[in-house]
Write a protein that binds this ligand. Structure first.
Ligand SMILES: Nc1ncnc2c1ncn2[C@@H]1O[C@H](COP(=O)(O)OP(=O)(O)OP(=O)(O)O)[C@@H](O)[C@H]1O
Length: 372
């Protein structure tokens, strides 16, 4: 998207924010997209808007950039197809919910970009033993994640709060690992640091890329009108030929078992299906590492299993995709190749599923024997 197009759209968003729903306003909008070239369209605020150009992510990305000043947003209800140049769009005022959608989506796009081999203090690239460590005495596995003694503080109204302390974690490439621990122990914070969304204060971190972050609530990140348009969302910034976009979208949808749903309006999908669309979006961007934050919290058993199996099927060969899955659900451990357990901002166990399972069960028994 060119600069003048960005300016036009930003201006449009600002003006939308400044006028009431009932007050008619006519806007001109010029957008250049990687799919469709340049288009100028007019629409009336508060009515169903005709002819917002493009099904691509570009418009959403621009809205995200304008977010601090934006009090309105839009949601597209039409059945837009990949590569189509025109969509019908409804403009409406929104509350914090939709702003969160846009923000989350922005994070997803940015997290893929963040280059985060850093020692946390100098921000110079570092290697942790060339990304290879002894996992067991007899096996040397290449690592997708190698974190040593990470420290991370966040600012709160009570001053600096130390969330991660001497936190270390190794995850081998091409495996599905699960990260468990009590509420507030720092799991999401660690994931965000790995995605490049939070900056550590201390320690060393090697995290393979490209990587993507998938959030707990699919409604916060599946924002495009159809499944295929949503999977294509992050590709807008790569300036790919349309055929490659189509191919990537199709392959990614097939990888998570959603190829039959390509043109489905996203609001007709179940929570689990939306999560699989979000995962497909990450795969389409050729992510080597999926950072998955409690994906199954809002899902029923069938959707939970669907998402677990989708992740299981994309992990490993041939692209060597690695997944780190944060969960509270012990039964999900049966899908994992390895597991880690956190307490008070530190990983206290990093290894076998059996070891983590045994530790949690021991803690549960202690708790019940004390309270009983
Ligand atoms: N921006 C912030 N300001 C203040 N405290 C924060 C901030 N972000 C995180 N924390 C605190 O850091 C701790 C770890 O939070 P985090 O969300 O990483 O935990 P978690 O292990 O993912 O928890 P849960 O299992 O409940 O999702 C919590 O005590 C949280 O309140």
């Amino acid at each position: 998207m060119q600069q003048d197009a960005i300016q036009s759209w930003r201006q449009c968003v600002l003006e939308l924010g400044g006028v009431g729903q009932k007050k008619a306003a006519v806007m001109a909008l010029t957008v250049t997209t990687s799919f469709s070239g340049t288009h100028t369209r007019r629409f009336r605020l508060g009515a169903t808007v005709q002819s917002i150009p493009c099904s691509s992510c570009a418009a959403f990305r621009v809205v995200a950039r304008a977010r601090p000043l934006c009090t309105s947003s839009f949601r597209d209800f039409s059945n837009v197809q990949l590569g189509s140049t025109v969509a019908a769009c409804k403009v409406r005022r929104v509350g914090s919910q939709n702003r969160r959608v846009v923000t989350s989506r922005k994070l997803r796009a940015e997290s893929g970009k963040a280059d985060y081999e850093t020692d946390g203090t100098t921000r110079k690239p570092t290697q942790v033993q060339d990304g290879v460590i002894d996992q067991q005495e007899d096996s040397r596995l290449p690592l997708a994640v190698a974190i040593q003694n990470l420290g991370l503080n966040v600012k709160s109204d009570r001053g600096d709060v130390s969330v991660l302390r001497d936190c270390s974690l190794n995850v081998p490439e091409g495996q599905l690992w699960m990260l468990l621990g009590p509420n507030g122990c720092g799991k999401s914070t660690l994931l965000k640091a790995m995605a490049g969304l939070l900056k550590p204060n201390r320690g060393k971190m090697f995290v393979i890329g490209p990587r993507s972050f998938v959030f707990q609530n699919p409604d916060h990140q599946v924002v495009m009108p159809t499944a295929e348009a949503d999977v294509a969302f992050g590709l807008g910034r790569l300036d790919l030929p349309i055929d490659e976009v189509r191919e990537r979208v199709f392959k990614s949808l097939r990888a998570v078992g959603m190829d039959q749903y390509a043109q489905r309006p996203v609001q007709t999908l179940s929570g689990g299906q939306k999560q699989r669309i979000a995962i497909a979006g990450a795969l389409a961007e050729s992510s080597r590492l999926l950072l998955l934050d409690e994906l199954t919290t809002y899902l029923d058993r069938d959707d939970q299993i669907g998402v677990l199996e989708a992740v299981r099927s994309v992990v490993g060969v041939p692209q060597k995709v690695t997944a780190l899955w944060v969960t509270h659900r012990l039964e999900e451990l049966e899908y994992a190749d390895g597991a880690a357990y956190m307490e008070n901002g530190r990983v206290i166990l990093n290894g076998s599923v059996a070891e983590v399972e045994a530790y949690i069960k021991r803690k549960q028994n202690e708790f019940f024997s004390q309270s009983g």
